[in-house]
Design a protein around this ligand. Structure first.
Ligand SMILES: *Cc1c(COP(=O)(O)O)cnc(C)c1O
Length: 447
């Protein structure tokens, strides 16, 4: 495994020195593995979210405006473009910010996968126990009779924070006994928020993988329990993938075609890979070679990069190359990529770039000053994407190799979390960012 990585000598040296890098995927465009799940599952997920929308509107007052639909705005980001790229080639295309930081109820991208999985589990239990029939209005899941049954089941999840929030809030709202296993470094406000909703929060020493493993082991020992497995779940994956069609409609409304003459670039922060992987799977199913998806990972935690760049069929972790997986980017501190997602990305992902924690904070500052958008550090990871493509030798090579006209490009920077972060924590992020800016730190240097 180390020897496979050593073939990437210069890249490996950069990764080990925590120097931000752009890796291009040499297997892009190859066929998907024969085990790849059917894209019909993307439509199933879309349909599930649509038929459950009235239920969601009933469970969460904040969703009554949208009729229970969990969706986010596609925000034009020309001011961010002007602030960051000036006259650079990156300024040729149109920039947008996909505002999953403001997804209702859960405040992060995890609403997509997490809500989908809990709803799928609830439907399954209610159907197998004969409490509803397939065509029934899903608001029946919120009747006392059904809730009494859900109370006999435990829904558990292991998470550094945002997934726990999303699963915890939805499962508790449906009346499930709900347990969230968190790593000790998860933020206190996330634990408090869950406890207030009646969720049991169990803390684990160690990192994200240990919280997941601890939760998995405890849940498997219980009868009537469902463990939401962030490292392996296809229900999460397809919840994320279901976002693609709505984004396609938003791009069309914005007058941005996606085809051979009009490339779409999407920059997605990556932790274990489920959220960005699902979205990539959904977008590839719609746009094929005309969408170019790039993941962004912290310099200390490039787990998807090392997994894919090593071409290894067995797990490779960031610890294997001497990195410590320590970053301020909540949700992105993951040492080993999902074994479900990595093989699917091997032929679909255009590349991965890494970002220092300093850059995350400077990007967060740029989002605030140019667009007035306040996010958590992880959510700012994609901001340097357009410049990586236009200004780095690797990015320029990619554009040449694919014969792309970047003046017609649309760049979508996926902002992934922040609207539930307490104001005093947001202020601390911004104070830190201001201090870095005053010291003259640059977004491209190492952390
Ligand atoms: C979880 C998360 C991600 C990445 O999702 P993965 O499925 O872990 O790859 C990105 N940003 C935020 C804010 C998250 O909470």
């Amino acid at each position: 495994m180390m020897s496979a990585l050593l073939q990437f000598g210069t890249l490996l040296a950069k990764l080990q020195a925590r120097i931000p890098a752009l890796w291009l995927n040499d297997r892009l465009g190859q066929p998907l593995p024969s085990s790849a799940p059917s894209t019909a599952l993307i439509e199933d997920a879309q349909e599930r979210m649509a038929r459950c929308a009235p239920l969601l509107a009933e469970l969460f007052p904040e969703l009554s405006d949208t009729g229970g639909h969990i969706e986010s705005v596609l925000m034009p980001a020309d001011k961010l473009k002007t602030a960051l790229s000036g006259d650079s080639a990156a300024s040729a295309g149109a920039w947008f910010l996909k505002r999953d930081d403001a997804l209702p109820v859960a405040g992060s991208i995890k609403a997509r996968g997490g809500f989908h999985e809990v709803l799928a589990v609830a439907e399954e239990i209610a159907l197998t126990r004969g409490l509803i029939s397939p065509d029934d209005d899903r608001r029946r899941l919120n009747t006392p009779e059904v809730r009494a049954v859900f109370a006999q089941y435990t829904v558990a999840v292991g998470s550094t924070g945002n997934l726990g929030l999303s699963i915890g809030v939805m499962a508790a709202a449906l009346g499930f006994d709900t347990v969230v296993h968190m790593s000790a470094d998860a933020k206190a406000w996330k634990k408090d928020r869950l406890r207030k909703r009646g969720v049991r929060v169990i803390e684990h020493v160690g990192d994200y993988a240990e919280a997941v493993a601890g939760g998995r082991a405890q849940a498997s020992a219980l009868p009537h329990s469902h463990f939401v497995d962030d490292e392996r779940s296809d229900l999460l994956f397809f919840g994320y993938a279901a976002s693609a069609r709505h984004l396609a409609a938003q791009l069309q409304d914005a007058g941005r075609p996606v085809d051979a003459q009009h490339p779409l670039f999407v920059y997605l922060p990556c932790g274990v890979g489920g959220a960005p992987g699902g979205i990539t799977y959904g977008l590839k199913a719609l746009f094929g070679p005309h969408v170019h998806c790039f993941f962004v990972e912290p310099v200390a935690s490039p787990c998807m990069l090392v997994q894919l760049a090593s071409h290894s069929d067995t797990p490779v972790s960031v610890y294997d190359i001497g990195l410590d997986n320590k970053t301020d980017a909540d949700g992105l501190a993951v040492g080993e990529a999902s074994h479900l997602v990595a093989p699917l990305m091997a032929s679909q992902l255009s590349g991965v770039f890494t970002v220092s924690d300093v850059a995350l904070f400077l990007n967060l500052r740029a989002l605030k000053s140019s667009l007035g958008v306040l996010v958590e550090p992880s959510a700012a990871a994609g901001v340097s994407g357009p410049q990586w493509i236009s200004d780095s030798p690797e990015g320029q090579a990619y554009v040449r190799q694919h014969g792309l006209d970047m003046t017609q490009a649309t760049h979508v920077i996926w902002s992934t979390g922040g609207s539930l972060v307490p104001p005093e924590e947001l202020k601390a992020f911004h104070d830190h960012a201001e201090a870095l800016a005053r010291r003259g730190e640059s977004a491209l240097q190492t952390s």
